[in-house]
Design a protein around this ligand. Structure first.
Ligand code: NAD
Length: 487
């Protein structure tokens, strides 16, 4: 079926029939791969495993579509991107249910992600990068233009599968690029469905989705027909992506891992800050690049804040995200479940004290209990690495210089938060943290108009805002002599 001839999204099943979309058409592949519900470990769907030849087709279609799309007036591109947001909004309920089934996140998280994705389409659709006139005299004109980079390969992780795809699709299309999206093999369903569902809004080949494992990602990063890779994932994979992309000197945006510190000052109300810092750390079951992953609490309030966090954590319901009262779901996949388990083992083997949790029991899904570790050593694995799961170290501090040094003593620099009543102290400390986003007395606030990116090994480049949009463009300087003596 030529999906781009559809007049609306009606008739598309959210239950079965997952296809890739190549050159505007639905595509199946000789091989398929299963997709699991992490709350039950049951197979819920199968998806095509895109072949290398099919990737070639998708890239060729994107290259073919590029001149026409780049030449479409920006206002038309913006209107289409906004209409994609409308289409997603029309199907928000189905996407939220599907997101919970494939990713595991509970309803509130699914609402935040799907409605957030709609808002991103609508808001990014208001952005543009007009040419800048630097000189305009009777003799000369000098203009800087922002021209689309070409074909984008988008590689997406499994923790926010829709939103992090939209962070790439929306600016790429507004900038005039064509794009081939590769979701994570663990969470391909929403992304495949979204791309399928909006084909009638776009010329064929402008937006394709392919589906496969890490090899497909490698083929994309090395592909000479792809001009830019927009990647979100781990720092380790990001380094492979950069090495592979160097062969063709592709443009790159890398949004990578983090080990965000949260710093709690001595003047806080423990009963208030406890739940706030709990959610800073455990939102999305701590499978969050920007989760607070090390909480530095001033010694004067350490016990009180720890106890408030533990008391609050005991009230939080962990379970199948499809159940209404669930607040935290499972770990998204088995490999990650095993990786998180290693942090539990390491804490136990090294005698670190659990203030809460610590034992992973039997369960129908990949569930891990909320676990809080009481002041482990600064060089423990839990403090130094990114567990990407619900096990959190609380650490003590007394001296401001010392806590700033410890907060910055990491190869990561994605985010940070500082919590306290003394706003001058909060700001003073926050400004000295080497991270792309520093939240003061709040956390996890994002906006399509707010630049997002990592310092150090947390990434290269930016998403969101005009800085993010500019990453889908090349600068071009045009100079004109209006009174030429050479012709
Ligand atoms: P991952 O790096 O394992 O995989 C991310 C994507 O890359 C997947 O689509 C995967 O198939 C693909 N991939 C894997 N190997 C590849 C290769 N060699 N070449 C090309 N593509 C390849 O990450 P994940 O486990 O899906 O996600 C968790 C990680 O992502 C965490 O480290 C987290 O902090 C990070 N993350 C960062 C941000 C951010 O914006 N900075 C946001 C979310 C997640």
């Amino acid at each position: 079926m030529a999906l781009h001839t559809q007049s609306d999204g009606a008739g598309i099943s959210f239950v079965t029939d997952y296809v890739s979309t190549i050159g505007g058409r639905a595509a199946t592949s000789p091989a398929t791969a299963p997709v699991y519900n992490p709350a039950t470990k049951q197979v819920i769907a199968s998806v095509p495993v895109t072949t290398r030849a099919q990737l070639e087709e998708a890239v060729a279609a994107a290259r073919h579509a590029f001149p026409g799309w780049a030449g479409t007036p920006v206002e038309e591109r913006q209107a289409i991107v906004s209409a994609i947001g409308d289409r997603l909004a029309e199907h928000a309920e189905e996407f939220m249910a599907l997101l919970t089934r494939e990713q595991g996140k509970p309803r509130a998280g699914a609402e935040w992600e799907v409605h957030g994705s709609v808002a991103w389409f609508h808001e990014i659709a208001k952005q543009s990068l007009p040419s800048e006139t630097l000189v305009d005299t009777p003799e000369r004109r000098v203009v800087t233009r922002y021209t689309p980079v070409g074909v984008v390969g988008a590689i997406v992780p499994w923790n926010f599968p829709i939103l992090l795809a939209v962070w790439k699709i929306a600016p790429a299309l507004v900038a005039g690029c064509t794009i081939v999206v590769k979701p994570s093999p663990f969470t391909p369903l929403c992304d495949l469905k979204l791309v399928e569902l909006v084909q009638d809004l776009l010329p064929p080949g402008v937006l394709s989705a392919v589906s496969g494992d890490d090899d497909l990602g490698k083929w994309m990063t090395a592909h000479p027909g792809i001009d830019k890779i927009a990647f979100t994932g781990s720092s380790e994979t990001g380094k492979h992506v950069m090495a592979s992309a160097s062969g063709t000197l592709k443009r790159l945006t890398l949004e990578l891992g983090g080990n965000d510190p949260a710093i709690v000052l001595p003047d806080v109300d423990p009963q208030k800050v406890g739940p706030a810092v709990f959610w800073a750390a455990f939102q999305n079951n701590a499978q969050f690049c920007n989760a607070a992953k090390r909480v530095y609490i001033h010694a004067d309030v350490y016990d009180a804040v720890r106890d408030a966090m533990v008391d609050y954590a005991r009230t939080v319901r962990v379970g199948d995200g499809a159940e209404a009262e669930t607040q935290l779901g499972p770990i998204q996949n088995e490999a990650q479940f095993r990786k998180v388990g290693e942090f539990f083992d390491d804490c136990r083997d090294n005698g670190h004290r659990f203030a809460l949790g610590g034992e992973i029991g039997e369960s129908p899904g990949w569930f891990v209990p909320i676990t809080i570790v009481d002041n482990p050593p600064e060089d423990s694995r839990l403090v130094a690495e990114e567990p990407f799961g619900p096990i959190l170290p609380l650490l003590k501090w007394r001296d401001e210089e010392d806590v700033i040094r410890r907060a910055n003593d990491t190869p990561y620099g994605l985010g940070a938060s500082v919590w306290g009543k003394d706003l001058s102290a909060v700001e003073r400390i926050g400004r000295r943290i080497d991270a792309g986003t520093v939240w003061l007395n709040e956390v996890h606030q994002y906006s399509p108009h707010q630049v997002f990116g990592g310092h150090k090994e947390s990434g290269i480049g930016a998403e969101n805002s005009l800085h993010g949009l500019a990453e889908y463009t090349n600068w071009q300087t045009i100079t004109l002599s209006k009174t030429p003596k050479t012709v």
